[in-house]
Design a protein around this ligand. Structure first.
Ligand code: RIB
Ligand code: CA
Length: 312
């Protein structure tokens, strides 16, 4: 399976990226694109570069949109730290080339050149994906589906009703969810049930170089989660990537998922509309639950693969 990975690293984005890198027999990342979200675009792009350099990769990295279509970016240093991915220690010695290309043009060009359809995994605000769809509608024919970490049907995390990735750019999310694309939504309803325990984190910190990096990132994220009432913090973005790679481990339902762009309490809310949407052509999909006992095991196995590659 070939994927385009759009993200805003972020400790949990990092787990998603490392899991994809740790399963080269199942997934090939054609491009990593970044979007302003957890932190500003330069910081999240630097974080993505650090991870790719640390894992000795050559995957194209492009810097995407700095902020939402209409709103000002409201980054989340309180959750992810001032770098947007605190916990790793200083990775500045890991330099990685960021392409000069415009991310949207680069993604469209990759899609055009692919003989096979591509899956998009998006774990940040959907600004880049919305612009891709609107600028290059013909690219839709080369996309199998898009797996999105975002939203929450019965609650939010940045407001009572809205989840951060969708709330940051609801207009972009509406363009993506209402497009002819099949959107698979990994929302808070499932991601807040997939946590990694302190004991599991400690086991990673005692492991090889990539496991240790992941464990240190998760340690920061777990401690940061305590301020929001979490004991073992959810690793939201990893759910989207594990679904993309192992969909058979998940329970899903077709759902006409809509985005509220009305300014007020519901701004950025994701909800299920009663009527089925006839103008979309495909049905979106809501992830209901996963085999949670495999959640950590799949990450651990992926990190071990990278340890063996780097530490040998
Ligand atoms: O609400 C969780 C989402 O917001 C995750 O993608 C996290 O990385 C932040 O971007
Ligand atoms: Ca993210």
């Amino acid at each position: 399976m070939n994927i385009l990975y759009d993200c805003d690293p972020g400790q949990d984005d990092a787990m998603a990226l490392l899991t994809a890198l740790g399963n080269p027999d199942k997934v090939k990342i054609l491009c990593v694109s970044t979007v302003g979200g957890n932190q500003d675009i330069n910081l999240v792009t630097q974080n993505a570069g650090h991870l790719l350099a640390f894992c000795e990769q050559q995957i194209p990295l492009v810097k995407g949109q700095a902020g939402p279509l209409l709103n000002q970016l409201r980054a989340q240093p309180e959750a992810h730290g001032k770098t947007g991915m605190d916990g790793s220690g200083n990775l500045d010695k890991y330099n990685y080339p960021v392409r000069k290309d415009n991310a949207i043009l680069f993604m469209a060009d990759i899609l055009k050149k692919q003989p096979e359809k591509v899956t998009i995994v998006a774990t940040g605000p959907l600004t880049n994906i919305a612009l891709l769809i609107k600028t290059f509608p013909e690219a839709l024919a080369k996309i199998v589906k898009i797996v999105v970490m975002g939203g929450g049907i019965d609650h939010g995390n940045v407001t009572k009703l809205a989840e951060f990735n969708i709330w940051t750019d609801p207009e972009a999310a509406q363009i993506v969810f209402d497009s002819p694309l099949e959107v698979v939504m990994a929302g808070l309803d499932v991601t807040e049930k997939t946590t990694i325990t302190k004991k599991q984190i400690a086991s990673l910190q005692a492991g090889g170089s990539v496991s240790k990096l992941a464990g240190n990132l998760l340690r920061f994220y777990q401690k940061s989660g305590e301020q929001f009432g979490f004991i073992d913090s959810p690793v939201h973005d990893l759910v989207a990537m594990e679904y993309a790679i192992w969909p058979e481990l998940f329970e899903t339902v077709p759902a006409n998922i809509k985005i509220s762009t009305d300014h007020g309490d519901t701004y950025g809310q994701t909800y299920i509309a009663s009527e089925t949407s006839d103008n979309k052509g495909t049905e979106n999909v809501l992830i209901k639950r996963m085999k949670v006992d495999l959640f950590f095991a799949l990450l651990q196995k992926s990190l071990l693969f990278l340890d063996q590659k780097l530490d040998s």
